[in-house]
Design a protein around this ligand. Structure first.
Ligand code: MCA
Ligand code: AMP
Length: 539
């Protein structure tokens, strides 16, 4: 047992945050929509701790934490980070298993004034290394099983410590001086970064999406209100904790409202159905609903205590929406968002939830629909959605070039989603102008897979497309052209890809052709490929 674990956990007054520590590495992100204030995520959760310290906060297996427990554990982690040299504004990367301790790690980072950088556990070591090279984290926290591989892949400058789902690991092994404990609770302003999540974007080069405390707190409060969250809610949490959906949309709504989040290790339809009774809210990506519908046990009785089911991250098929309503009596509330902006629009809690629509822009979100030149389209016409609001991120990590592509000069974010808007403001997503595949709620940027394929000896060029998949909504298909005279062995190609790309990015099918279809400008005609191969992943 590590020495520090025998000590009483630190008690720091949640609302009396200190800002006395040097903040030389801090970067504030001012923007017209981000009024300066002290509304930090940890301060908001700290207010709940003060109000209801003994209320249920997190459940995971047999473990049950009150708000006070979460505060004490996160305080200990914050103090440990400080003693390990983490300064306000430093990035702390986490590739850890889902657990209450992982939530404490997130909150502990914020309380130390650090920027939390969660990583998808499916990332292979080279993917993590590329992100670490860009983000330059002061510390990376991972599981014991991932540590050796990461240690070899990462730059020597990155310190690596471990944290297991049960709270053990080298992170908390060193002893904590009481002064260190007292030092960890750093005040943050709304325009200071709280988290950074990576996206590959259309170039394949990882970009850090910086999210400020103000982005997160404003979005959480708007959602608590819009979806009528209260302290009586018990959220069944099956999503991963490394994306906006699971970490912010799900966890924040539960915690900001003073409710309880019951964590499942991962989504598994049978286990979700087992846990639904005595929960009140469930959130999922469309694949969760498709898989739940495949279970005979999903019925009205199983959902009797539920008051809300939400879906997002990818389009929910109207057939699934209707089938779920028929089977359970619940109308799924579909909402829409993106990492760069958190939640953007939502069907109403009390009004009509329409299948196929992502509802109205949330309060304080300004939305407009424009053509390729940025001019407003005719009412009811299809165009790209652009948005502005306190939820919109201030910019990518050290990437002014990417910022210039993402924002209009007046500060509106170009979402890359093609929409139609009704006269009453209701939005319908009809497509995407960005080259992106969404598979089981996870983004796959084709260029990243193409770059990986093109790096292999036998492959001259490739085009990666998304086609309908019965389980994941869209599935990845790679169309490859061999080098002259080469005869690529697909087994070898797959083995190589597995070493460098996360499992969800792996092509579900690889097709070999002689030449890619191109237009007169030489651009690959992906639409033609999508048409040609649209049925290859159907059963
Ligand atoms: C796993 N596999 C996948 C995916 N996940 N293939 C394609 N797409 C996926 N998403 C493959 C693995 O490579 C493996 O293939 C096989 O499926 C089994 O892997 P396993 O890990 O056991 O899969 P699973 O546990 O069944 O996971 C599927 C899942 C999971 C439950 C749908 O991907 C998931 O939880 N997705 C949610 C992601 C999420 O939180 N998105 C929110 C992003 P093989 O057997 O061949 O090796 S936030 C966002 O988008 C915005 C802000 C928003 O609006 O929310
Ligand atoms: P991400 O980059 O992971 O945050 O993914 C954001 C993208 O997911 C958005 O730009 C949309 O294309 C898509 N998305 C999120 N929610 C929905 C939804 N309810 N319906 C359709 N697409 C969605």
């Amino acid at each position: 047992m590590p020495r520090s674990r025998k000590r009483p956990l630190p008690k720091t007054p949640p609302e009396e945050e200190r800002s006395s520590r040097e903040q030389s590495q801090d970067e504030g992100f001012a923007s017209p929509c981000h009024a300066t204030g002290n509304d930090s995520v940890h301060r908001s959760i700290g207010a709940v701790v003060t109000r209801t310290p003994g209320a249920c906060c997190l459940q995971h297996g047999t473990l049950s934490w009150t708000y006070d427990d979460l505060w004490r554990h996160s305080g200990q982690i914050a103090a440990t980070l400080v003693t390990r040299g983490v300064r306000p504004g430093d990035r702390v990367a986490a590739l850890v298993d889902k657990s209450a301790h992982a939530v404490a790690l997130y909150l502990g980072c914020l309380r130390a004034g650090a920027i939390y950088l969660p990583l998808n556990a499916a990332y292979r070591d080279p993917e993590v290394a590329a992100i670490a090279e860009d983000a330059e984290p002061a510390l990376m926290i991972t599981s014991t099983s991932r540590a050796p591989g990461l240690r070899a892949a990462l730059d020597r400058g990155v310190s690596l410590v471990t944290l297991e789902a049960d709270g053990t690991g080298s992170l908390l092994e060193s002893s904590l001086p009481e002064e260190g404990v007292a030092a960890a609770d750093v005040a943050r302003t709304t325009d200071q970064p709280a988290a950074m999540l990576y996206t590959s974007g259309t170039t394949g080069r990882p970009k850090g999406v910086v999210l400020t405390h103000g982005n997160l707190t404003s979005n959480a409060r708007i959602l608590v209100d819009a979806w009528r969250f209260t302290a009586a809610d018990v959220l069944l949490h099956a999503l991963p904790l490394f994306h906006v959906h699971g970490l912010f949309v799900a966890l924040h709504t539960a915690l900001f409202a003073g409710g309880c989040a019951r964590l499942l290790d991962r989504f598994d339809a049978e286990s979700v159905i087992r846990h639904l009774p005595d929960c009140t809210v469930f959130m999922g990506v469309p694949t969760y609903y498709t898989r739940l519908l495949a279970e005979a046990d999903l019925d009205r009785e199983a959902c009797a205590t539920l008051r809300l089911f939400t879906s997002g991250s990818a389009p929910l098929a109207p057939e699934a929406h209707r089938a779920f309503e028929a089977r359970t009596g619940h109308t799924i509330l579909e909402r829409y968002g993106m990492t760069e902006a958190g939640m953007i629009s939502s069907n109403p809690h009390d009004g009509e939830r329409l299948a196929g629509s992502v509802g109205h822009p949330l309060p304080r979100v300004a939305a407009r629909v424009v053509d390729a030149e940025g001019e407003p389209v005719e009412p009811g016409g299809v165009g790209v959605l652009e948005i502005q609001g306190p939820n919109v991120f201030p910019g990518y990590w050290r990437r002014p070039d990417a910022d210039a592509d993402a924002f209009r000069p007046d500060g509106f974010l170009i979402t890359g989603d093609l929409v139609r808007q009704d006269p009453d403001g209701r939005l319908w997503i009809v497509g995407r102008s960005k080259d992106l595949i969404i598979s089981g709620g996870l983004n796959v940027y084709p260029v990243e897979v193409e770059n990986a394929l093109d790096s292999l000896d036998d492959i001259a060029e490739s085009a990666v497309i998304g086609v309908p998949h019965p389980d994941f909504g869209e599935g990845v298909v790679a169309v490859v052209v061999p080098r002259a005279g080469a005869d690529p062995d697909l087994g070898t190609v797959r083995d190589r890809l597995k070493r460098i790309l996360a499992n969800f990015k792996q092509p579900k099918k690889i097709v070999i052709i002689d030449a890619l279809p191109r237009n007169a400008m030489g651009k690959v005609q992906k639409n033609q490929l999508r048409d040609r191969y649209r049925d290859v992943l159907r059963p």
